[in-house]
Design a protein around this ligand. Structure first.
Ligand SMILES: C[S@@+](CC[C@H](N)C(=O)[O-])C[C@H]1O[C@@H](n2cnc3c(N)ncnc32)[C@H](O)[C@@H]1O
Length: 285
Protein backbone atom coordinates (compact mmCIF):
# COMPACT_ATOMS: atom_id res chain seq x y z
CA UNK A 1 0.00 0.00 0.00
CA UNK A 2 1.47 3.37 -1.05
CA UNK A 3 0.82 5.75 1.80
CA UNK A 4 1.84 9.28 2.70
CA UNK A 5 4.75 9.29 5.15
CA UNK A 6 3.87 10.59 8.61
CA UNK A 7 6.76 13.04 8.90
CA UNK A 8 7.97 15.62 6.37
CA UNK A 9 9.97 13.72 3.78
CA UNK A 10 11.97 15.58 1.13
CA UNK A 11 12.44 12.52 -1.10
CA UNK A 12 8.76 12.13 -1.93
CA UNK A 13 7.63 15.54 -0.68
CA UNK A 14 3.91 16.17 -1.06
CA UNK A 15 2.85 12.64 -2.01
CA UNK A 16 -0.90 12.13 -1.70
CA UNK A 17 -2.28 8.85 -3.15
CA UNK A 18 -4.52 9.26 -6.21
CA UNK A 19 -6.58 6.85 -8.30
CA UNK A 20 -4.05 6.18 -11.06
CA UNK A 21 -1.74 3.40 -9.83
CA UNK A 22 1.15 4.11 -12.21
CA UNK A 23 1.15 7.79 -11.30
CA UNK A 24 1.00 6.82 -7.62
CA UNK A 25 4.13 4.70 -7.87
CA UNK A 26 6.09 7.55 -9.48
CA UNK A 27 4.86 10.07 -6.92
CA UNK A 28 5.34 7.73 -3.96
CA UNK A 29 8.96 7.30 -5.09
CA UNK A 30 9.73 10.90 -6.07
CA UNK A 31 6.94 13.15 -4.74
CA UNK A 32 5.31 16.16 -6.39
CA UNK A 33 6.73 16.65 -9.89
CA UNK A 34 7.23 20.41 -9.66
CA UNK A 35 10.94 21.02 -10.12
CA UNK A 36 11.21 24.62 -9.01
CA UNK A 37 9.02 24.13 -5.93
CA UNK A 38 10.81 20.96 -4.95
CA UNK A 39 14.15 22.76 -5.07
CA UNK A 40 12.63 25.41 -2.78
CA UNK A 41 10.79 22.99 -0.48
CA UNK A 42 13.25 23.02 2.46
CA UNK A 43 13.51 26.82 2.39
CA UNK A 44 9.71 27.15 2.31
CA UNK A 45 9.26 24.75 5.24
CA UNK A 46 12.06 26.49 7.19
CA UNK A 47 10.46 29.90 6.61
CA UNK A 48 7.06 28.57 7.71
CA UNK A 49 8.68 27.33 10.95
CA UNK A 50 5.44 25.59 12.00
CA UNK A 51 4.60 24.67 15.57
CA UNK A 52 2.20 21.91 16.66
CA UNK A 53 -0.18 24.60 17.99
CA UNK A 54 -0.40 26.52 14.66
CA UNK A 55 -3.59 26.83 12.62
CA UNK A 56 -2.56 27.35 8.99
CA UNK A 57 -4.21 28.58 5.79
CA UNK A 58 -2.80 27.46 2.41
CA UNK A 59 -4.15 29.91 -0.19
CA UNK A 60 -4.07 28.59 -3.75
CA UNK A 61 -3.15 25.09 -2.58
CA UNK A 62 -3.46 23.44 -6.06
CA UNK A 63 -3.30 19.66 -5.50
CA UNK A 64 -2.45 20.09 -1.82
CA UNK A 65 1.16 18.90 -1.84
CA UNK A 66 2.38 21.71 0.44
CA UNK A 67 -0.81 21.52 2.55
CA UNK A 68 -0.21 17.86 3.35
CA UNK A 69 3.37 18.48 4.48
CA UNK A 70 2.30 21.43 6.63
CA UNK A 71 -0.51 19.37 8.22
CA UNK A 72 2.10 16.87 9.48
CA UNK A 73 3.60 19.64 11.63
CA UNK A 74 0.73 21.99 12.49
CA UNK A 75 -2.45 21.68 14.54
CA UNK A 76 -4.69 22.17 11.50
CA UNK A 77 -4.38 23.28 7.86
CA UNK A 78 -7.21 24.76 5.78
CA UNK A 79 -6.32 24.60 2.08
CA UNK A 80 -8.26 26.68 -0.46
CA UNK A 81 -8.21 26.78 -4.25
CA UNK A 82 -10.53 28.10 -6.98
CA UNK A 83 -9.82 25.00 -9.05
CA UNK A 84 -12.61 22.43 -8.47
CA UNK A 85 -9.92 19.71 -8.45
CA UNK A 86 -9.47 20.56 -4.77
CA UNK A 87 -12.73 18.69 -4.02
CA UNK A 88 -11.25 15.45 -5.34
CA UNK A 89 -8.12 15.42 -3.16
CA UNK A 90 -8.13 12.36 -0.91
CA UNK A 91 -6.90 13.50 2.50
CA UNK A 92 -4.60 10.81 3.97
CA UNK A 93 -6.41 8.98 6.81
CA UNK A 94 -3.95 10.02 9.52
CA UNK A 95 -4.48 13.68 8.56
CA UNK A 96 -8.31 13.60 8.39
CA UNK A 97 -8.67 15.68 11.56
CA UNK A 98 -5.85 18.05 10.64
CA UNK A 99 -6.46 18.97 7.01
CA UNK A 100 -9.51 20.48 5.30
CA UNK A 101 -9.71 21.28 1.58
CA UNK A 102 -12.13 24.03 0.51
CA UNK A 103 -13.17 24.97 -3.02
CA UNK A 104 -13.38 28.77 -3.27
CA UNK A 105 -11.62 32.02 -3.99
CA UNK A 106 -8.94 33.38 -1.71
CA UNK A 107 -10.21 36.88 -2.51
CA UNK A 108 -13.31 36.40 -0.35
CA UNK A 109 -13.16 33.61 2.19
CA UNK A 110 -16.13 32.64 4.29
CA UNK A 111 -14.15 32.21 7.51
CA UNK A 112 -14.06 34.29 10.70
CA UNK A 113 -11.57 37.12 11.30
CA UNK A 114 -8.37 36.15 13.15
CA UNK A 115 -8.73 32.40 12.42
CA UNK A 116 -5.10 31.59 11.58
CA UNK A 117 -1.61 31.76 13.08
CA UNK A 118 0.12 31.26 9.73
CA UNK A 119 -0.86 31.80 6.08
CA UNK A 120 1.04 30.43 3.07
CA UNK A 121 0.48 32.21 -0.26
CA UNK A 122 2.73 30.35 -2.67
CA UNK A 123 2.81 31.51 -6.31
CA UNK A 124 -0.67 32.92 -6.10
CA UNK A 125 -0.40 36.74 -5.86
CA UNK A 126 0.13 37.18 -9.61
CA UNK A 127 -2.70 34.73 -10.37
CA UNK A 128 -5.30 37.28 -9.37
CA UNK A 129 -6.23 40.70 -10.76
CA UNK A 130 -6.11 42.54 -7.46
CA UNK A 131 -3.32 41.40 -5.14
CA UNK A 132 -4.19 44.22 -2.69
CA UNK A 133 -7.64 42.79 -1.93
CA UNK A 134 -6.03 39.37 -1.53
CA UNK A 135 -3.55 40.82 0.98
CA UNK A 136 -6.40 42.52 2.84
CA UNK A 137 -8.15 39.15 3.14
CA UNK A 138 -4.96 37.53 4.47
CA UNK A 139 -4.66 40.37 6.98
CA UNK A 140 -8.26 39.89 8.14
CA UNK A 141 -7.86 36.13 8.56
CA UNK A 142 -4.61 36.29 10.56
CA UNK A 143 -4.59 36.48 14.34
CA UNK A 144 -2.85 39.56 15.79
CA UNK A 145 0.86 38.93 15.39
CA UNK A 146 0.16 36.13 12.89
CA UNK A 147 2.68 35.38 10.13
CA UNK A 148 2.37 35.04 6.39
CA UNK A 149 4.85 33.40 4.03
CA UNK A 150 4.75 34.52 0.41
CA UNK A 151 6.58 32.48 -2.21
CA UNK A 152 7.01 34.09 -5.62
CA UNK A 153 9.03 33.83 -8.77
CA UNK A 154 10.72 37.23 -9.11
CA UNK A 155 12.67 36.87 -12.33
CA UNK A 156 14.91 34.88 -14.63
CA UNK A 157 18.25 36.62 -13.95
CA UNK A 158 20.34 34.44 -16.27
CA UNK A 159 17.94 35.02 -19.19
CA UNK A 160 17.89 38.77 -18.48
CA UNK A 161 21.68 38.73 -18.56
CA UNK A 162 21.67 36.85 -21.87
CA UNK A 163 19.39 39.50 -23.46
CA UNK A 164 21.39 42.42 -22.03
CA UNK A 165 24.99 41.24 -22.16
CA UNK A 166 25.12 38.44 -24.68
CA UNK A 167 22.97 39.46 -27.70
CA UNK A 168 24.91 37.12 -30.01
CA UNK A 169 23.40 34.13 -28.14
CA UNK A 170 19.93 35.56 -28.73
CA UNK A 171 20.82 36.04 -32.43
CA UNK A 172 21.78 32.35 -32.66
CA UNK A 173 18.36 31.36 -31.24
CA UNK A 174 16.75 33.76 -33.75
CA UNK A 175 18.56 32.16 -36.69
CA UNK A 176 17.12 28.81 -35.59
CA UNK A 177 13.66 29.68 -34.24
CA UNK A 178 12.90 33.05 -35.91
CA UNK A 179 10.02 35.11 -34.49
CA UNK A 180 9.41 32.55 -31.73
CA UNK A 181 12.32 34.19 -29.87
CA UNK A 182 10.91 37.05 -27.78
CA UNK A 183 12.12 40.58 -28.64
CA UNK A 184 13.33 41.39 -25.14
CA UNK A 185 13.54 39.93 -21.65
CA UNK A 186 10.30 41.74 -20.68
CA UNK A 187 8.60 40.37 -23.79
CA UNK A 188 9.77 36.86 -22.82
CA UNK A 189 8.41 37.16 -19.26
CA UNK A 190 5.08 38.55 -20.53
CA UNK A 191 4.68 35.61 -22.95
CA UNK A 192 5.88 33.05 -20.41
CA UNK A 193 3.47 34.21 -17.68
CA UNK A 194 0.66 34.29 -20.27
CA UNK A 195 1.40 30.62 -21.01
CA UNK A 196 1.16 29.94 -17.23
CA UNK A 197 -2.34 31.46 -17.10
CA UNK A 198 -1.53 34.17 -14.56
CA UNK A 199 -3.71 37.30 -14.35
CA UNK A 200 -0.70 39.64 -14.17
CA UNK A 201 1.58 39.14 -17.18
CA UNK A 202 4.82 40.03 -15.54
CA UNK A 203 6.93 38.81 -12.65
CA UNK A 204 6.95 41.42 -9.91
CA UNK A 205 10.42 42.10 -8.52
CA UNK A 206 11.39 41.30 -4.94
CA UNK A 207 11.21 45.05 -4.17
CA UNK A 208 7.73 45.36 -5.71
CA UNK A 209 6.47 42.48 -3.54
CA UNK A 210 8.07 44.02 -0.46
CA UNK A 211 6.37 47.37 -1.16
CA UNK A 212 2.99 45.71 -1.77
CA UNK A 213 3.25 43.67 1.43
CA UNK A 214 4.46 46.57 3.59
CA UNK A 215 1.62 48.79 2.31
CA UNK A 216 -0.89 46.18 3.49
CA UNK A 217 -0.04 46.47 7.21
CA UNK A 218 2.54 43.70 7.39
CA UNK A 219 6.09 43.97 8.70
CA UNK A 220 8.61 42.06 6.62
CA UNK A 221 10.71 39.78 8.84
CA UNK A 222 12.89 37.97 6.32
CA UNK A 223 13.50 37.42 2.64
CA UNK A 224 15.13 34.18 1.50
CA UNK A 225 16.21 33.79 -2.11
CA UNK A 226 15.66 30.25 -3.29
CA UNK A 227 16.65 27.86 -4.87
CA UNK A 228 20.42 27.78 -5.30
CA UNK A 229 21.69 29.78 -8.30
CA UNK A 230 23.31 26.82 -10.06
CA UNK A 231 20.04 24.85 -10.13
CA UNK A 232 17.87 27.83 -11.12
CA UNK A 233 20.21 28.85 -13.95
CA UNK A 234 20.15 25.36 -15.50
CA UNK A 235 16.40 25.10 -15.07
CA UNK A 236 15.65 28.52 -16.59
CA UNK A 237 18.01 28.08 -19.50
CA UNK A 238 16.24 24.84 -20.32
CA UNK A 239 12.87 26.58 -19.89
CA UNK A 240 13.91 29.32 -22.33
CA UNK A 241 14.92 26.73 -24.93
CA UNK A 242 11.65 24.86 -24.46
CA UNK A 243 9.72 28.12 -24.78
CA UNK A 244 11.28 29.12 -28.10
CA UNK A 245 10.75 25.59 -29.43
CA UNK A 246 7.19 24.96 -28.20
CA UNK A 247 5.70 28.26 -26.97
CA UNK A 248 5.27 26.83 -23.47
CA UNK A 249 7.54 26.99 -20.44
CA UNK A 250 5.93 24.09 -18.63
CA UNK A 251 7.78 20.81 -18.27
CA UNK A 252 6.89 17.43 -16.84
CA UNK A 253 9.56 15.34 -18.58
CA UNK A 254 12.26 13.51 -16.68
CA UNK A 255 11.33 15.01 -13.34
CA UNK A 256 13.17 12.54 -11.09
CA UNK A 257 16.63 12.53 -12.71
CA UNK A 258 16.54 16.31 -13.14
CA UNK A 259 15.45 16.83 -9.55
CA UNK A 260 18.13 14.60 -8.07
CA UNK A 261 20.83 16.03 -10.37
CA UNK A 262 19.95 19.64 -9.54
CA UNK A 263 19.65 18.84 -5.81
CA UNK A 264 23.07 17.20 -5.93
CA UNK A 265 24.66 20.22 -7.65
CA UNK A 266 22.98 22.51 -5.10
CA UNK A 267 24.79 20.73 -2.27
CA UNK A 268 28.11 22.17 -3.47
CA UNK A 269 26.91 25.69 -4.10
CA UNK A 270 26.26 28.54 -1.68
CA UNK A 271 25.01 31.24 -4.04
CA UNK A 272 21.27 31.69 -4.04
CA UNK A 273 19.22 32.59 -7.08
CA UNK A 274 17.44 35.93 -7.31
CA UNK A 275 14.77 34.13 -9.33
CA UNK A 276 12.65 33.21 -6.33
CA UNK A 277 11.86 35.00 -3.07
CA UNK A 278 10.32 33.59 0.11
CA UNK A 279 9.10 36.58 2.08
CA UNK A 280 7.98 36.15 5.70
CA UNK A 281 5.90 38.94 7.21
CA UNK A 282 3.97 39.60 10.42
CA UNK A 283 0.58 41.28 10.75
CA UNK A 284 1.22 44.58 12.50
CA UNK A 285 -2.18 46.24 13.06
C1 LIG B 1 0.85 28.54 -9.63
S1 LIG B 1 -0.28 27.63 -8.69
C2 LIG B 1 0.57 27.49 -7.15
C3 LIG B 1 0.16 26.26 -6.41
C4 LIG B 1 0.93 26.02 -5.10
N1 LIG B 1 0.57 26.99 -4.11
C5 LIG B 1 2.39 26.04 -5.35
O1 LIG B 1 3.09 26.92 -4.84
O2 LIG B 1 2.87 25.18 -6.10
C6 LIG B 1 -1.50 28.83 -8.33
C7 LIG B 1 -2.77 28.24 -7.71
O3 LIG B 1 -3.59 29.32 -7.26
C8 LIG B 1 -4.93 29.00 -7.57
N2 LIG B 1 -5.69 30.26 -7.59
C9 LIG B 1 -5.71 31.20 -8.57
N3 LIG B 1 -6.53 32.22 -8.21
C10 LIG B 1 -7.02 31.92 -6.98
C11 LIG B 1 -7.91 32.55 -6.09
N4 LIG B 1 -8.48 33.72 -6.40
N5 LIG B 1 -8.20 31.95 -4.93
C12 LIG B 1 -7.65 30.75 -4.61
N6 LIG B 1 -6.80 30.09 -5.41
C13 LIG B 1 -6.48 30.67 -6.58
C14 LIG B 1 -4.86 28.27 -8.89
O4 LIG B 1 -6.01 27.49 -9.12
C15 LIG B 1 -3.59 27.43 -8.68
O5 LIG B 1 -3.91 26.17 -8.14
Amino acid sequence: MLTTSKSVNYRNFGFIPRKNFKENVARWLFGEANLFKRLQARDIMDSLDLKSSDTVLDLGCANGYLSVEMAKLAKHVTAIDVNPYVKKIQTPTFLQEKLTFIHGSGEQIDLADASFDVVLASEVLTMIENPKSFLAEIHRLLKPGGRVVFVNGVGRPNIKEMYEKNPESIEKYREKYGAAVPRSYDDYIAKLTLSFGTAIHTLLSEEEYEALISQSAFRIDSVVNSPKKIAADILFHEQFERFVKTGSGLSSDWFAPKFFYLSFLSLFSRERSKSGAIITATKVT
